[in-house]
Write a protein of this length. Structure first.
Length: 278
């Protein structure tokens, strides 16, 4: 994914500077003395010198996201890790004025784009939970540039720090059918032989069913009741409901709203979801 990000940055700078007919090369090499000696045309170099997790954006615990699909399946995935990629941007030309002009154009282009444009993102980078952020010329980065150039064995020159924050997903998503019913079993657990009861308790099975209430009236005025138990069933804002701890069998749901005639529906447990109309 990092190489894909490099290509997005390349395309962004070519479009925004703009660069025509390859009048300026865009590289991602280590700007060592040997490398710079081989340059034959003006070059803009984005050297990736550090990659680290953004701990300020880290989740305290892995958080699951659920995506529901029209085919009746759902996908569970853990929120990805947010990573900062630190680039050092330098301009290389025969004339310092040309280098400064190239750096200035690059700064303006990146300031205009605090987020990478979606139309430049390849498919592998299109499922980001938030836009890919770009921060440029932050004062708390590259505090000792002289140390960097000494390590590169090259002459010191102006360098612009740039931080790109994107998400990396190391977890495999889980896709399966959506859960519409739930079974809860009660029974006697296994005990040592000396404590075994003569007549084990018969397991009891309970079910949870759900569905959706569709109403032209405001849902706040709609009342859903499980008649056999005299139980008022709460409705979610989108009309979803769930009823738990039900034994297998037939039940009656009653729908009513202010000023309207109640309507009853026969339901069977266990069963798929029910769609109820007011």
């Amino acid at each position: 994914m990092i190489d894909d990000l490099d290509q997005v940055l390349r395309q962004l700078l070519i479009r925004e500077l703009p660069i025509k007919n390859r009048e300026v090369e865009i590289k991602f090499d280590q700007p060592s003395r040997e490398w710079s000696a081989r340059l034959s045309r003006p070059t803009l170099n984005l050297f990736l010198y550090d990659v680290r997790e953004n701990t300020k954006l880290r989740q305290a615990q892995p958080t699951w996201r659920v995506e529901r699909h029209d085919d009746g399946t759902a996908t569970r995935r853990i929120k990805p890790v947010r990573v900062d990629l630190h680039y050092m941007i330098t301009a290389w030309a025969n004339d310092p004025e040309d280098e400064h002009a190239l750096l200035a154009r690059t700064l303006l282009a990146l300031f205009r784009n605090p987020e990478l444009p979606e139309d430049l993102l390849p498919e592998i980078l299109q499922n980001q939970p938030v836009p890919i952020a770009v921060m440029v010329a932050q004062e708390d980065e590259l505090r000792n540039p002289a140390d960097v150039w000494n390590a590169l064995d090259n002459e010191m020159r102006p360098a612009v720090p740039c931080i790109v924050t994107m998400a990396l997903d190391p977890y495999k998503p889980i896709t399966g059918p959506m859960v519409r019913t739930r079974e809860l079993r009660f029974g006697q657990a296994a005990v040592p032989p000396r404590q075994q009861l003569d007549e084990p308790a018969r397991p009891e099975t309970f079910w949870t069913i759900g569905g959706t209430v569709h109403s032209k009236e405001p849902l706040e005025t709609v009342r859903l009741t499980l008649v056999e138990r005299g139980l008022d069933v709460p409705l979610q804002p989108e009309g979803r409901f769930a009823i738990g701890r039900l034994e297998a069998g037939d039940y009656t749901l009653e729908l009513s709203h202010d000023g309207g005639k109640p309507r009853r529906y026969k339901i069977t447990v266990p069963s798929p979801d029910y769609d109820l109309e007011v």
